[in-house]
Design a protein. Structure first.
Lengths: 465, 234, 238
């Protein structure tokens, strides 16, 4: 682990792991979610079958991605949508920037889109002087606090109401109590005029629909509905992997996403948009632009073994059960997509050698795979990333160690000898235990070692014969 | 601006030359096979989604339960007169000074019976006027018993803004509009709009809400703080 | 039945009592126990670190040494998962593929073997203590073992089994993970330990000695009153 990213991760995650206040905040935030998730999951006639069906539908879509993308975009274009295919982040950003310049846009309102975080759209637009505001409450809070979203779905879950009150006071001059109702109303009041006066609304897309040429947006607050109703221009950003074959597939995916992601049966608003306002319609944007983003998703696609990682519907269920996430916190990852799925896909999206440490930072406990609503083989892909990183460029001392390991295990006598030496030395270990010169410090800093027993199993086995 | 359509499609086709393992397992040994059982579709979803019984009474009771849990207010009204009185009563208690609405079989006669300032979204309207409305009154396409959702489209519910902007969204519907579950709702969309879909379709499930502050639910984040469904028996 | 007992290197060197207890139980049930001395490790450390070539070399010896075994019983969910689930992947498209699959098919985790294969749940043990059970991740989520150890415990005389809230949460060990990311690993272990302490049990029981090493290591350091013990040791207690 030599990259700067790895070092930062190790430092930040180590520090956060010891932060008991942080742990308590996250635990409290997830408690209610867990109860509701289990309650709603139990309403399914068969949750496991629902997951399997979702996995199969996603498999069909991802493994015929060219066909479904063409179907979707042709349908969208036929009804007046402008589709832009962006091969990387820069192309996607430039498209939005050029459009804003061409249309003389001044203010932009956004509803939640992780894809825009991925391509760093806000900072690019702000640098050019555009007024960009996040309308999702959690996103708005972290935008005001000048930090990245902490979590894919709950961007501000690491902040307490008291901290949010202070952020509002400092940035907005508001003088409220720390009651969530009051704080929410502060944001509501600020945002209402923004929806009505913004020239451009930017949204994400949870799903694309090939059959009918639509995008589908899942939300609870209504900010996405407002963002896509009043501004003259609506721009939606969507990763190319989000397309589903049929409109009716949403009858499964909308509840699945809500249950896995928010512990709800279905979220408050699920909106399908198939174009700008039609001639016979009373309102809606005059222009609808869909920016389809590759940005190395095709890289992941070409890895057949891990292709199912593109099934991801960004529900964040795997983050919510991940003990690494709960200890390290979302910001330690330093990635747009945190948690187990982020650890799988980030090496593909941003380089294996730079990001392989995330795949190593796992006990492989499999809670993520267990909970994934589209049955991505998450924790096994962490193993695959480890293997690929090693075969691409092994770590020299590890390589030597494991060659030694194969050698030692090949000759049981040698293996036994090394254990015997350890046994003889163990009484002396107490003198340096946990100190900086302790070779076992990684372990002994926080934990005791077991005493090596006088006789191993195999010795006892031999003696008894 | 030229886009990278061809490049991306080329990359995709190149990537898909190697087949992916079957979905939903850890078995990497059958990489060449595609899923063998029939593809899951709308009809088969009912085998695993939350169950909804077939008769009206069970569906109604499930719907009422869902409405209550979601904090959606609702009323079941025996006649058009009762429906009118229900809306008038709401106007009185909430002291509506301005109403947003669209013209429709259920809405028009009732709106006509109410004396107050009105914004009709069928005519070109100023969104600032709609913003000052106390309520948006619309119709809908269907009501979903399984989830307590209201299915609206730009065509059935007066466009996009009426149901999203005012602080109270009142939906006028008929019992015959109740469908059992989400697959049935999508069936209805296929039937009704298959030839030409409205530009916006939405399932509304309860008043706007957020849990972004300590995961505590607060109603009325950005959309309507209140959602009422008045259902006429037919 | 002639049973080949696979004793994980952990158990062999650090927790031989657990291994001997398994021998005792299987023999008491009338089976012949064999132990293959040429095997010292399943190769999991190398496999989990990404060194699959090295892991394959180590695993090859296991596959070959156990080729003629009738049935392999393994005293750990983690090594069990390695043999049962990961050997087939490791040897995929190699000359040993078939043999690895055959080994996987005849390999059973200890508690799973007793309950599902032998149909035994009552071993006549006595253990008059309050215990809580820790589900090792590999046993639970790779092999689907949940009720088997609990069924075995429920027939132990005098025992009280109380479930902890975090029974299914990872203890934080994760092999080399525990040394590469010691602070995350320990934080995870703390969650486990606190949850176990909350039950006021005397013992944390598990089928995985590696998990127990992590848990006991934290408990001893923090001077917490609860102790750890392998399931097999409980099942031979009198």
């Amino acid at each position: 682990m030599s990259t700067g990213y790895a070092k930062e991760f190790k430092e930040n995650s180590g520090r956060m792991s010891q932060d008991l206040t942080h742990r308590a905040v996250i635990k409290k935030a997830l408690n209610a979610y867990e109860v509701k998730r289990d309650e709603n999951r139990s309403k399914y006639l068969d949750w496991q079958e629902a997951r399997q069906a979702a996995a199969e539908i996603k498999w069909e879509a991802v493994n015929h991605l060219d066909r479904y993308l063409l179907e979707m975009t042709e349908k969208l274009e036929a009804r007046g949508t402008k589709v832009f295919w962006a091969s990387n982040a820069e192309e996607a950003r430039n498209y939005v920037i050029n459009l804003s310049q061409e249309k003389k846009v001044q203010s932009i309102i956004k509803s939640k889109t992780m894809t825009s975080e991925e391509i760093h759209l806000n900072s690019a637009l702000e640098k050019l002087g555009y007024d960009v505001i996040e309308s999702d409450l959690g996103e708005y809070i972290v935008q005001l606090n000048e930090e990245a979203p902490y979590h894919l779905v709950f961007p501000a879950m690491h902040l307490t109401r008291g901290q949010i009150k202070e952020i509002f006071k400092k940035k907005l001059g508001s003088n409220t109590s720390d009651q969530p109702e009051e704080l929410t109303m502060v944001a509501r009041d600020i945002m209402r005029q923004k929806y009505l006066t913004a020239d451009m609304g930017i949204s994400g897309a949870n799903f694309g629909v090939a059959e009918t040429g639509m995008i589908s947006i899942t939300e609870n607050e209504g900010n996405a509905r407002l963002t896509t109703s009043f501004p003259k221009i609506h721009v939606a950003l969507m990763g190319i992997e989000k397309v589903l074959p049929k409109l009716g597939d949403l009858a499964l995916f909308l509840p699945l996403l809500a249950t896995a992601g928010g512990g709800q049966q279905i979220t408050c608003y699920n909106t399908m948009i198939g174009g700008p306002r039609l001639n016979d319609e009373v309102d809606g944007p005059e222009e609808f632009h869909l920016v389809l983003i590759d940005n190395r998703r095709t890289e992941l696609l070409s890895d057949a073994e891990q292709r199912d990682a593109l099934h991801c519907i960004r529900c964040a269920a795997c983050l919510n059960v991940c003990p690494i996430f709960k200890s390290s916190g979302g910001h330690s990852y330093g990635t747009t997509y945190q948690g187990p799925i982020g650890s799988v896909i980030t090496p593909h999206l941003r380089g294996l050698q730079d990001w392989k440490h995330l795949s190593l930072a796992s006990s492989l406990c499999a809670s993520c795979t267990d909970v994934c609503p589209v049955k991505i083989d998450i924790h096994h892909h962490l193993l695959h990333n480890r293997r690929n990183a090693v075969s691409q460029s092994p770590v020299w001392w590890e390589k030597i160690a494991f060659i030694g390991f194969t050698f030692a295990t090949a000759i049981p006598a040698l293996f036994q000898l090394s254990i015997k030496i350890a046994r003889l030395l163990q009484p002396l270990h107490g003198l340096i235990k946990g100190s900086l010169i302790d070779p076992a410090r990684a372990w002994t800093q926080t934990r005791d070692l077991p005493e090596i027993p006088a006789k191993s199993f195999r010795q006892q086995w031999k003696e008894r014969k | 601006m030229n886009d990278s359509k061809d490049l991306i499609l080329r990359r995709i086709r190149e990537a898909l030359k190697s087949p992916a393992p079957v979905p939903g397992g850890h078995d990497y040994s059958h990489a060449e096979t595609t899923p063998t059982r029939p593809k899951p579709d709308l009809g088969s979803f009912r085998q695993f989604l939350p169950e909804v019984e077939n008769d009206f009474n069970s569906q109604w009771s499930l719907l009422s339960k869902n409405f209550t849990a979601l904090k959606t207010d609702f009323g079941l009204l025996d006649s058009k007169e009762e429906l009118t009185r229900f809306v008038q009563e709401l106007q009185r208690t909430e002291n509506w000074k301005r109403i947003g609405y669209h013209r429709g079989g259920l809405t028009t006669p009732i709106i006509d019976s109410i004396q107050t300032e009105k914004v009709c979204v069928n005519d070109p309207y100023d969104c600032q006027d709609l913003e000052k409305c106390d309520v948006g009154i619309s119709e809908c396409d269907a009501i979903v018993a399984q989830t307590g959702s209201i299915l609206i489209t730009a065509r059935s519910a007066g466009g996009r803004g009426l149901s999203a902007l005012p602080p109270h969204h009142l939906i006028l519907a008929r019992t015959s509009q109740m469908v059992s579950d989400l697959p049935a709702a999508y069936d209805l969309l296929y039937q009704r709009y298959g030839q030409s879909y409205p530009s916006m379709i939405s399932f509304i499930t309860g008043p706007s809400r957020t849990g972004d502050i300590e995961r505590i639910v607060v109603l009325g984040a950005h959309g309507p703080k209140k959602l009422t469904v008045a259902i006429l028996k037919d | 039945m002639k049973i080949h007992l696979y004793v994980p290197c952990f158990v062999d060197q650090l927790f031989p009592k657990a291994g001997m207890a398994m021998v005792q139980i299987l023999e008491k049930l009338g089976h012949t126990v064999e132990f293959e001395e040429s095997i010292s490790c399943c190769g999991q450390p190398a496999f989990n670190s990404g060194y699959w070539d090295e892991a394959r070399k180590v695993a090859t010896r296991t596959v070959e040494a156990l080729e003629s075994a009738e049935v392999v019983v393994i005293g750990s969910g983690s090594c069990g998962a390695m043999l049962h689930k990961f050997y087939p992947e490791l040897f995929k498209e190699t000359a040993l593929s078939e043999k690895a699959n055959a080994l996987a098919a005849k390999t059973f985790e200890f508690s799973d073997f007793l309950v599902r294969k032998l149909g035994v749940t009552d071993l006549g043990a006595k253990f008059p203590h309050k215990v809580t059970y820790h589900d090792g991740c590999h046993g639970l989520r790779e092999l689907g073992i949940k009720n088997q150890p609990r069924q075995l415990l429920s027939h132990v005389q005098g025992i009280t089994l109380v479930e902890m809230k975090e029974a299914e949460s990872c203890c934080g060990f994760g092999g080399t993970f525990s040394a590469k990311f010691p602070l995350i690993s320990s934080a995870m272990g703390d969650v486990k330990c606190s949850s176990a302490v909350e039950t006021e049990a005397d013992y944390i029981v598990s089928s995985d000695s590696s998990c127990l090493m992590q848990i006991q290591g934290l408990l001893t350091r923090q001077q917490k009153p609860i102790k750890t013990i392998h399931l097999a040791e409980v099942l031979v207690s009198q």
